[in-house]
Design a protein around this ligand. Structure first.
Ligand code: PMP
Length: 396
């Protein structure tokens, strides 16, 4: 039965890490990752997480199954974080939330749910997008199309082309939007542009699916979440996937959630019942530990404050790396304009490096980046940035 099976293509990003691990050069640097590293090049264990885990460890709680939709305190805390604590949508019980296995799991629940209730819909993702979006929605049975987004010439968003794409989508299409910190480009919409996008989505009868994997890495927790409340306030259906992989540095615990906004409390209850059905038939119920950690931090005032400070620390460090990257390249490679790197937000930058330059970086300097030129700015630090700048200036 397995003899005719062809080898599946390798994951492009994980392939870089495999090549990096195999490199024997002690000075090797991996900028191909999708993970935040601290200034010592380590994945941090946040202090707020450490403290929450200490509190939880003392409780010696039994490991019962969670409800299908996850821990109630977690789902409530997620709603307040994503929609804002005083959101009318929450008060009107129009939002329902299920705990999910990371942001990926949230997208998958949403995709399976939509496949059931909007089976013929076209799905649109940004060009380019997170590499798993297409596979995920295709896997759920959808035809996946691109909408115009990145403009290599300006290194920003081609907004008029994006608007034209939105306006051409058939009514009832699902449009996947990065709520903040666009992966892979780092190019985000302005608040005004979001206003136009929201209007086009509502006028066009589209189903918006906001993917928020980096809340707090852009301008701030509330600022980054603002687009979600703006969509929610505009009326119409809305799906929001969010992840705590990055913002809590809890990658391997797989903590995320899917929230859906319906037209009424009654409709929301019916939606929740169907989301639960998707969860039940996939993995029955989510894990307990990560959800408890996040819920504890978000609902304990001292830990919440600590988390906000630690997240700010990550955000500020990334911004500092962007500033240094631009300033140092200006010195080493005068005449090259990298100012756009400072305008980009979040962990990633479409650096403008070509595939050949990325290959030279890898072969000649043991510096690893994605072939598209995407670098993880959060993998730069005060110890490796000069080496990286020196190498980039040589391959330019
Ligand atoms: N969406 C985007 C845009 C992402 O970048 C990521 C993570 N790289 C995810 C979703 C998935 O998040 P998680 O790792 O929590 O599954």
């Amino acid at each position: 039965i397995f003899s005719a099976i062809a080898m599946a293509p390798r994951d492009p990003i994980l392939g870089i890490t495999e090549a990096f691990n195999a490199d024997t050069n002690p000075g090797k640097i991996n900028l191909g990752v999708g993970v935040y590293y601290d200034d010592n090049g380590k994945v941090p264990l946040l202090e707020c997480v450490r403290k929450a885990e200490a509190l939880l460890a003392e409780q010696f709680a039994p490991r019962t199954y969670l409800p299908i939709e996850g821990l109630a305190a977690y789902d409530k805390a997620v709603q307040e974080l994503v929609f804002g604590a005083d959101s009318a949508i929450i008060q009107e019980k129009r939002a329902v939330t299920v705990q999910a296995i990371g942001g990926t799991g949230a997208l998958k629940i949403g995709a399976d749910f939509l496949a059931r209730f909007a089976p013929g819909a076209q799905v649109y993702i940004s060009d380019p997008s997170w590499e798993n979006h297409r596979a995920l929605f295709e896997g759920a049975g959808f035809t996946v199309n691109n909408y115009a987004y990145y403009d290599a010439a300006t290194r920003g968003v081609n907004f008029s082309a994006m608007m034209a794409s939105l306006q051409a989508m058939p009514r009832g299409s699902v449009v996947v939007l990065h709520a903040c910190c666009h992966n892979p480009t780092g190019a985000d919409l302005s608040a005004d542009q979001w206003g136009d996008v929201i209007k086009a989505v509502i006028d066009g009868g589209l189903i918006p699916f906001l993917d928020m994997a980096y809340q707090g890495f852009g301008a701030g927790i509330a600022q980054d979440g603002a687009v979600v409340s703006r969509f929610a306030a505009a009326g119409g259906p809305l799906l929001v996937s969010n992840s705590f992989s990055k913002s809590f540095s809890l990658y391997g615990e797989r903590v995320g959630a899917l929230s859906v906004v319906a037209a009424s409390a009654d409709e929301a209850a019916r939606v929740l019942s169907q989301l639960k059905r998707v969860v039940r038939t996939n993995y029955s119920s989510p894990q307990i530990h990560g959800g408890k950690v996040v819920a504890t931090v978000l609902t304990t005032p001292e830990l919440r404050t600590l988390w906000e400070q630690e997240l700010e620390g990550m955000r500020v460090r990334i911004r500092e790396m962007r500033t240094q990257f631009v300033a140092k390249l200006k010195e080493k490679a005068p005449g090259q304009d990298f100012d756009f790197v400072r305008e980009q937000v979040g962990m990633f930058s479409y650096s403008g490096l070509t595939k050949d330059q990325v290959e030279m970086l890898r072969k000649e300097h043991s510096i690893y980046a994605v072939d598209t030129g995407r670098i993880c700015v959060a993998a730069l630090n005060s110890k490796n940035i000069d080496v990286v700048i020196d190498a980039i200036s040589k391959v330019l």
